[in-house]
Design a protein around this ligand. Structure first.
Ligand SMILES: Cc1cc2nc3c(=O)[nH]c(=O)nc-3n(C[C@H](O)[C@H](O)[C@H](O)COP(=O)(O)O)c2cc1C
Length: 178
């Protein structure tokens, strides 16, 4: 698919079919994420694909309840991809401190978006989820307390095509040529 067409066809998907997603398809999305650039090639990301139903249901129930209920729609997604950030390589970390920038989070964001565009190319729907009970997620997945879960991506076949008009600032507001 033409790249711009692919990018423009993506929307956050908040309605999923229960149909399972094939492992090979998810692996291709992970491959797209793996190929992402990162500061000093640190590759500070780790993806936990939760697709086993009992575990996924338990994770979703605990991650998206209480004050995180606005994301309860994600309970219906057959797959939740938990994105864990790692530290950048030392040089990138020091450079980031000098610059006041957390390169590892930029890197994780790139990898997540490559995953998401990969998913779009495969006909899957996805949604970035930044609002969830991180403590509960770490408990369910038995992650060390020192680990940082930054993002969850819900993934699945969309229930219907997402054709909502996309709201974006005009190009003239977000860019300029000099
Ligand atoms: C870092 C990040 C965190 C987000 N967190 C959530 C979230 O917790 N729940 C949700 O429904 N959407 C979340 N979104 C999706 C945005 O709301 C969505 O991308 C934005 O409104 C633009 O809509 P579109 O993705 O359909 O183009 C998040 C997006 C990003 C990039």
């Amino acid at each position: 698919m033409d790249f711009l067409k692919l990018v423009k066809s993506r929307r956050s998907c908040r309605n999923y079919q229960s149909r399972p997603v094939e492992r090979e398809i998810i692996e291709r999305c992970l491959e797209a994420a793996r190929m992402s650039p990162s500061a000093c090639n640190s590759q500070p990301w780790y993806f936990i694909v939760v697709k086993e139903k009992a575990l996924k249901d338990d994770l979703a129930r605990k991650a998206f309840s209480g004050i995180h209920k606005m994301n309860a729609f994600a309970k219906d997604a057959p797959v939740l991809v938990v994105a864990v950030s790692d530290k950048s390589k030392y040089v990138a970390h020091l450079g980031g401190q000098a610059r006041g920038t957390q390169y590892n989070l930029i890197d994780l964001g790139i990898a997540c978006q490559q995953f998401i565009l990969g998913a779009q190319a495969e006909g899957l729907g996805s949604c970035w989820l930044g609002w969830f009970n991180e403590r509960a997620v770490k408990k369910v997945l038995k992650l060390k307390r020192t680990k940082k879960v930054n993002i969850i991506i819900s993934l699945g076949y969309p229930k219907k095509e997402l054709l909502l008009p996309v709201k974006r600032k005009p190009l003239t507001k977000v860019s300029e040529f000099r």
